[in-house]
Write a protein that binds this ligand. Structure first.
Ligand code: P6P
Length: 337
């Protein structure tokens, strides 16, 4: 029987390959794994205890906070602080940055940008939701409170990115810039075990994911691309299949494994795009590129964007390289005629 490799074993093995590694980064990842198990436990019993429904107030996005949103935010904040390796956090659930610079965290050198429970409006109807995180090295001197510039780094400066998808099984997928690996939670031993080694997304695919309810307001290039997806062409296996869950992690994870593209263009209600750059688009873009895919926002590579604000939104197109390039062609052509 093949030996099971747990997440912690994998992290330590990866650390051993980096001579200058001190174990700080590994400890941070380990605590993210603990938080993921705590959130998984609560999500799995959400239907049985009074944790469903609304927490009774709104988050910075003006969105109704679900109780599990609050629980997930607290769980990740607690574990990141307990790791002693994180000096600051940007979270979708918090208006301002959170800094840790005393006690165990005094010499911490990493910051985290996270969406603790993305797609949480789907929880009450038992649809997959996810946590998204990204890790950067702080830019300001160690030993003092993290500052805004520590969080407004380009995605290309990211050290690691990952997500946890709480679905038919719970998976933690992450990259440190050396490929993408997926770990499935084995409840019988309470460990994330390597199940998807060195994930590569197909160059092309047959799935396009977009909320077509916003069709009327899409840029003309996106309208034309959607029609292109729907045209019959056996040479390019069109018409493609439309799949949209409304939970970024679930839509992206399916497309990464099967081949496909996810689009969130500007809309009337979100003229600069709905998804947040720091803790949704950048981490997903880093994972996509590490798996051989592609991601852009507006008219530039997502990871090259210079963030201006911690809750900044952007348009987002991510997935199989050939499909993302085709979208870029349609936008370039139709937006410039
Ligand atoms: P819409 C969930 O609220 C989320 O942030 C992403 O997970 C998801 O991809 C998107 O919004 C769905 O937005 O407007 O299609 O419901």
């Amino acid at each position: 029987m093949q030996k099971t490799i747990t997440l912690n074993e994998f992290i330590i093995n990866q650390q051993a390959e980096i001579p200058e590694a001190t174990g700080n980064f590994s400890r941070l990842l380990h605590h993210i794994g603990i938080a993921a198990k705590k959130v998984n436990r609560e999500i799995n019993k959400a239907g049985l205890v009074d944790i469903l429904g609304r927490a009774g107030h709104e988050n910075v996005q003006g969105e109704e906070q679900q109780k599990l949103d609050v629980y997930a935010n607290d769980a990740f904040m607690e574990e990141l602080q307990a790791s002693g390796e994180c000096c600051g956090i940007v979270s979708e659930e918090n208006d301002e940055v959170t800094t840790f610079h005393e006690g165990l965290c005094r010499d911490a050198k990493y910051i985290v940008c996270m969406d603790p429970l993305d797609g949480s409006s789907n929880i009450d109807v038992n649809v997959s939701v996810g946590t998204i995180f990204s890790i950067y090295r702080r830019k300001s001197p160690i030993g003092q409170a993290a500052v805004l510039e520590d969080f407004l780094q380009k995605g290309s400066d990211m050290l690691a990115a990952g997500y946890i998808i709480y679905g038919s099984s719970t998976m933690l997928v992450y990259t440190t810039g050396c490929g993408v690996n997926g770990f499935t939670l084995d409840p019988s031993i309470g460990e994330f075990c390597l199940s998807h080694s060195n994930i590569k997304t197909p160059e092309a695919g047959k799935i396009y994911s977009i909320n077509e309810g916003n069709y009327e307001k899409f840029p003309i290039g996106i309208k034309k691309y959607i029609k292109y997806c729907q045209e019959k062409d056996p040479k390019t296996s069109r018409p493609y299949t439309s799949r949209y869950i409304g939970s970024l992690v679930a839509d992206f994870h399916r497309n990464m494994l099967k081949g496909g593209v996810f689009m969130y263009p500007p809309t009337d209600s979100h003229p600069t795009g709905k998804l947040r750059l720091l803790y949704e688009c950048n981490p997903i873009a880093f994972i996509a590129e590490q798996a051989g895919g592609m991601a852009f926002s507006g008219d530039e590579r997502t990871l090259d964007m210079q963030p201006e604000a911690i809750h900044q939104r952007t348009s987002f197109y991510v997935g199989s390289r050939c499909m993302v390039k085709k979208i870029h062609e349609f936008l370039d052509f139709f937006n410039n005629i």
